[in-house]
Design a protein around this ligand. Structure first.
Ligand SMILES: *Cc1c(COP(=O)(O)O)cnc(C)c1O
Length: 391
């Protein structure tokens, strides 16, 4: 037996799920200069960088207004507060999403009504929304999961028919569009997150809401600032949710490159598709799909591994130090905290199947073609071994 080389080479270097350093290195000086300028200005809150970011995000989304806040979670909470949603109200949400989509509803004393997804897009299913509407329904929160805009034409039509508010959870979809209409320009309000793993990531927490209506934008601003106007006069009870100038300055540096980042993610997704197909692996795995008319920005590239093999494949990749993640392993309707709502296993079959099958692969902009090839080869190894064992 020949002995294996002991020092790691490029052929066995770890492949992280997300490498924040590769993204930050080329813009480090620019970000430091931006931070220093805020430090010297002393305008730590409501500074010019915040105004600039709001203007640029509104422009990107094609909306009249953008109102910044402290996080994507706060954005969802503020949007619901702006519509006075509370006890006795129902809000329709997907179960296959990050927790914050539903926790905001719960926190206000309203009832999240969980519905199923379209299996091909992982996004909320409009026909399931229709079936869930009751006289108590006040709003729908579609989530543009993994960077692809949900079926907003149908969702907006339902909302109009039934007089419901539409709050887009666009946390994973900045820069995405559908039929040339941006994520953030479909609903009454749209919520974005600048959490570091999102496509436009801050160096900490930050969020923003895009809005078409001036009165609504004004109400969101009021609610995000303790409901205080003028100083020490409170007409409503709000919260303290501000995006600080340092985060805004960092985001302004990155926003200039957002399109290039999205294009790089799209290039990576295309290469995965090609590599999986060339290796014949698109039969054993289900590759993610793009709806016609959608500009997908690939916050995640999520494959499905059927036949109960997902966790074994994940372990096989983990042994080679290849990072993957499961978004999301436990659907929200089955979370312990929502047990009082009475959902049972089996009631949202597409969501539950997705939770058992999904695996997100590295897709960050700076991922190399060589890394993608190694990853696909490693998956091929696993699949062929399983096939040999089954034979
Ligand atoms: C990240 C995320 C949020 C929450 O954003 P934070 O800025 O982390 O509070 C909400 N919804 C979805 C779908 C997300 O992915």
């Amino acid at each position: 037996m020949g002995s294996a080389p002991e020092s790691p080479t490029s052929t066995d270097a770890p492949i992280p799920l997300l490498d924040i350093h590769r993204g930050n290195r080329p813009i480090r000086d620019e970000m430091l200069n931006a931070i220093a300028a805020v430090l010297d200005s002393g305008a730590f809150l409501h500074g010019p960088d915040v105004k600039q970011l709001e203007a640029r995000v509104a422009e990107l989304c094609g909306t009249e207004h953008a109102v910044s806040c402290a996080s994507g979670s706060d954005a969802v909470l503020l949007a619901l507060m702006a519509y006075d949603i509370g006890p006795g109200d129902e809000v329709i949400v997907p179960s296959f999403t990050f927790f914050a989509t539903a926790s905001a509803v719960w926190r206000l004393g309203a009832k999240p009504v969980f519905v199923d997804i379209e299996p091909h897009s992982f996004n909320i299913d409009p026909s399931a929304i229709e079936a869930a509407i009751t006289p108590a329904t006040k709003a729908i929160i579609p989530v543009h999961l993994f960077g692809q805009v949900a079926a907003m034409e149908k969702i907006n039509e339902l909302a109009e028919q039934h007089g419901l508010h539409v709050i887009e959870d666009a946390a994973q979809a900045i820069g995405a569009s559908r039929a040339d209409r941006a994520a953030g320009a479909w609903g009454d309000v749209a919520c974005f997150s600048f959490y570091p793993t999102k496509n436009l990531g801050a160096c900490g927490d930050a969020g923003i809401m895009t809005v078409q209506n001036a009165e609504l934008a004004d109400r969101l601003r009021l609610l995000a600032g303790h409901g205080m106007r003028p100083r020490y006069v409170h007409k409503v009870v709000g919260i303290n949710s501000r995006l600080d100038s340092m985060q805004a300055a960092i985001l302004n540096v990155k926003l200039e490159r957002l399109h290039a980042y999205s294009e790089a993610r799209r290039r990576n997704a295309n290469l995965y598709d090609e590599l999986f197909k060339a290796a014949g692996l698109d039969q054993q795995l289900t590759l993610p799909t793009v709806d016609s008319d959608c500009y997908h920005v690939w916050n995640q590239y999520t494959i499905r591994v059927p036949g109960g093999e997902r966790d074994a494949l994940r372990a096989h990749l983990g042994e080679a130090q290849i990072g993957t993640e499961i978004y999301y392993p436990i659907p929200l309707h089955l979370q312990e905290c929502f047990a009082p709502l009475g959902y049972q296993t089996g009631c949202l079959p597409h969501t539950e199947q997705a939770a058992n099958e999904v695996l997100a692969l590295p897709i960050f902009p700076e991922l190399t073609a060589d890394e993608q090839r190694r990853l696909v080869n490693r998956i091929g190894q696993f699949v062929h071994r399983q096939q040999a064992n089954a034979a």
